[in-house]
Design a protein around this ligand. Structure first.
Ligand code: TRP
Ligand code: ZN
Length: 850
């Protein structure tokens, strides 16, 4: 067990390290059950610290020997680390430990995946490899010697030498231990090269298990595009002779930016038309870019402590979103990002797990790799850019790289470069980093004597530990449309700083229709009394693609809310507006496909809750089914036409244009399937030559209850492709009828291909259950019970993934008292599990204490 009584760590307790690391020399003698790690580290007293306490983190290590300046010492060892008497002067620490990578099921530190050695050190995994000051403000230059029989031996930086049974790597750039990586195994590579703009010739490799080499080409192209983009857009060049990416099957998250040796969940790098959907391709491209961009925002400039996590994550998410917008369609990327933000971050911000973008305390840092830190962290940078403008943003970033290269920084450092570059005072803006919760922005308007006034009022509801909220700085992008639909005032950014504020537009000849919060210029919930006529008008005329989409979305949502709360019939205004939009061939097909998407069950439940209703998950699901059916009928003529018009005949390419066409054709297929009992979907299933088409057909068949035959055909075809089989597990559960979902998930846990050891498969099964809200929240309580059973089973093996998946329960307060009782019973059962990890204990108690 990690520790008996987990400690809460506070940002305000930060103190600089007592000793700094100059250089690190590590030797690994690899063996599954007893790997030896020999370290030789040069330490110097830190002039910035008063303390001379020498403490090294270490967990689950068997200490063999330790020496200080060549003299054997006997350190004071606990289960979290060791301390030792050392000189108040530079000295050399030497130490040998033994670890068992094969027994490491937590996938943190050095572990094994399919016979291959690999590491995951962020955030605090290096302490499971050797004794070390495992904190990001201690940066050292690493040299690593790997001894093992594996043909491929990799670590950070450049290769120094390699021979029979060993390889030596040197990374010239000082780095914190969380960026350390080692990989050893029987791997094959997909090689390429890139020449940086200053002429450095860089060797690129994607390393995979034999058999996967055909799935690397797309990732490699994405890497080269990312390298070129960062040079052009941010002036950032790569800084080593080699860049290695390795695909690993057993991985807790998406990917990791280790210096010069990125390690990826194989699902986030491998791609081929037959096995990956358009969405998978886009995700691979974005994650490759994200990890590559960390080389500057994260690695060259890192975080002082883990409270500053958003310094690297918010900025890197923002950068990868800019990249995707440039490579593909900017409006489509923005709409998808806002959908994800609302689904995950608003949900988090409005529940018991709400925390600021820069949290002030934590028990387990792994529990703070959240939508708030990542996605809201990126939104905050987007607001900053909007407030200062593009030119000042780029000046501030140049200053940031110039001033802080090689340092471990804070949010204060980050804001200071913006203040220095622009002369602005950002003290109020800093509230975005310290205040949790999603602001509600209420708007009213009036029109008199040619002057149109928008009156705004902002309020942030209380969140755990923060009862009183201050007004935030809100950039509100607004445009005005005249009665004939023409834009009479182009987008301007209003800067709201007070709780209440009005903005006037003069010289208008008629009352305009406002388009507020264009491009979703601030992460707030906009509240405005309006009607369907105005929403339909904006859907037809708004020049801002985001708000055009938002208007259609609001129309659908309000109709659904009326169906749920008042038993209303499907809204004719919505159906008609959707039809007009869908047949407008001047609109990007990808945009139309997004605009035909309906609010999710979870989004509707959240909206109902915000408006004082208790959502009934079954009623929400039924309303969506009814509306989908009515819409299929309303689109009876158009859907087959769209379906035929947007079939792609060219050879498959995962680009924005083809994916958009397929997305629109497949939303038409969804409508067709509701009326034809699945025959079109059958045909598409039979003729599909790529996974996007095959999976769309399969999903439609499952949803229409006609999926039995396809389920066994799909399995027979793909049983040897683990990533495709993950989809097979997931779709059966996601598309199960509400009263069948828990039983389907539980049955699949008994399938021979289910394994609790692989996080992707576990998420494809138990994570999928939570992605079927009506099924998960089914009145029987079986959904809660099945998930709790498996979280209890996973926790002793892999606390990190267990703890993350507890967030399925974070919305429990929204529901009726019967469901609340069923959920709290399961939460309490998890908490009572003997030896429950600190990770899961922290998550469940935070959720429970709501
Ligand atoms: N830093 C990684 C990223 O955002 C994510 C990460 C953090 C991670 N902790 C991890 C990945 C643990 C895998 C396992 O790119
Ligand atoms: Zn990241």
């Amino acid at each position: 067990m990690k520790d008996a009584s987990p400690q809460t760590i506070y940002l305000s307790d930060y103190t600089p390290p007592a000793y700094l690391v100059e250089s690190v020399y590590l030797t690994f003698r690899l063996s599954p059950k007893n790997t030896r790690v020999i370290s030789k580290i040069r330490f110097t007293p830190n002039p910035a610290s008063q303390s001379r306490n020498f403490f090294l983190h270490g967990e689950n290590l068997r200490l063999i020997s330790a020496r200080v300046d060549g003299q054997a010492v006997t350190p004071d060892v606990t289960d979290t680390g060791l301390s030792c008497a050392v000189p108040d002067a530079p000295f050399t620490w030497e130490c040998e430990v033994e670890i068992a990578p094969e027994d490491n099921t937590a996938l943190e530190g050095l572990y094994m995946s399919n016979g291959m050695y690999c590491t995951q050190c962020e955030a605090e995994g290096f302490r499971k490899i050797t004794y070390y000051p495992d904190r990001p403000d201690v940066m050292g230059v690493f040299t690593v010697r790997i001894e093992g029989e594996e043909p491929i031996l990799l670590s950070n930086g450049n290769l120094v030498t390699k021979g029979n049974g060993f390889a030596e790597w040197h990374d010239p750039w000082p780095k914190p231990a969380y960026l350390f990586a080692l990989v050893a195994g029987d791997l094959v590579n997909h090689p390429d090269r890139f020449t940086t703009r200053s002429g450095r010739d860089v060797e690129l490799n994607i390393w995979v298990r034999p058999g996967d080499e055909e799935k690397c080409a797309f990732g490699m192209e994405a890497l080269k595009k990312s390298m070129a983009w960062d040079e052009e857009t941010y002036g950032r060049e790569y800084d080593l002779d080699v860049f290695n990416i390795v695909a690993v099957d057993d991985f807790n998250m998406g990917a990791m930016e280790n210096k010069g040796l990125n390690i990826f969940n194989s699902s986030c790098v491998l791609a081929s038309p037959e096995t990956s959907t358009d969405a998978n391709f886009e995700r691979v491209e974005a994650i490759i870019a994200h990890e590559y961009f960390h080389n500057w925002t994260g690695n060259r400039i890192t975080c002082r402590d883990w409270f500053q996590l958003c310094l690297k994550e918010g900025l890197t998410v923002f950068r990868d979103a800019e990249f995707t917008a440039d490579m593909r369609s900017a409006p489509v990327k923005r709409i998808s990002d806002v959908l994800a933000l609302r689904a995950r971050q608003f949900r988090e911000d409005n529940g018991p797990l709400a925390h600021p973008v820069r949290p002030e305390s934590f028990v387990e840092i792994n529990n703070f790799y959240t939508a708030t830190v990542y996605e809201k962290g990126a939104e905050v940078i987007g607001m900053l850019k909007r407030l200062v403008g593009d030119a000042a943003y780029s000046e501030a970033l140049d200053l940031y790289f110039d001033r802080h290269d090689g340092q471990a920084c804070t949010i204060e450092d980050w804001l200071k470069v913006f203040e220095d570059a622009t002369g602005r005072d950002l003290s109020q803006f800093k509230g975005w980093y310290s205040q949790a919760g999603t602001p509600r922005l209420r708007v009213t308007d009036d029109f008199k004597d040619g002057t149109y006034t928008l009156n705004f009022e902002q309020e942030t509801p209380p969140t755990p530990g923060q009862d009183d909220k201050a007004p935030q700085v809100l950039p509100i992008a607004v445009g005005l449309l005249g009665p004939n639909g023409d834009e009479v005032v182009e987008t301007t950014v209003l800067e709201m700083t007070a709780a209440k504020q009005s903005f006037a537009f003069e010289g208008l000849s008629a009352r305009p229709t406002p388009s507020i919060l264009r491009e979703f210029s601030a992460p707030v919930i906009l509240e405005r009394e309006t009607d369907n006529a105005e929403r339909a008008f904006l859907l037809a005329h708004d020049t801002d693609p985001f708000n055009k989409w938002e208007a259609g979305r609001a129309l659908a949502r309000e109709g659904l809310i009326d169906m749920i709360t008042e038993g209303a019939a499907p809204d004719g205004a919505y159906l008609e507006a959707a039809l007009t939009m869908a047949r407008d061939d001047t609109l990007d097909p990808a945009f139309r496909a997004l605009a035909l998407g309906l609010p999710s069950q979870d989004e509707l439940a959240q909206t109902l809750h915000e408006r004082g209703h208790t959502p009934d998950p079954q009623a929400v699901w039924e309303a969506l089914e009814t509306l989908r059916h009515a819409r299929a009928e309303h689109f009876q003529d158009l859907a087959p036409r769209l379906y035929a018009q947007y079939q792609v005949t060219a050879p498959y390419a995962p680009d924005a244009e083809q994916s958009g066409a397929r997305a629109l054709a497949n939303s038409a297929l969804g409508m067709i399937t509701r009326l034809d009992g699945g025959s079109q979907a059958q045909r598409q299933y039979g003729s599909a030559d790529n996974m996007t088409q095959q999976l769309a057909a399969f999903s439609n068949l499952l949803q229409s209850g006609k999926g039995q035959e396809a389920t066994s055909r799909f399995y027979d075809q793909w049983q040897n492709d683990r990533l495709v089989i993950d989809k097979w597990f997931m779709l059966q559960i996601v598309h199960a009828a509400p009263d069948q979902a828990a039983a389907t998930a539980e049955a699949l846990t008994k399938h021979p291909d289910f394994t609790i050891r692989n996080p992707n498969r576990f998420r494809a099964t138990l994570g999928a259950l939570a992605m079927n809200p009506a099924g998960f929240h089914n009145a029987s309580g079986e959904g809660y019970r099945v998930l709790a059973d498996w979280l209890i089973a996973l926790d002793p093996l892999n606390p990190q993934t267990t703890a993350r998946m507890c967030s399925a329960f974070e919305t429990w307060k929204r529901y009726d008292s019967t469901r609340q009782d069923l959920i709290t019973k399961q939460l309490d059962r998890i908490l009572a599990a003997p030896g429950l990890s600190p990770d899961t204990t922290e998550m469940v108690s935070r959720i429970r204490s709501a």
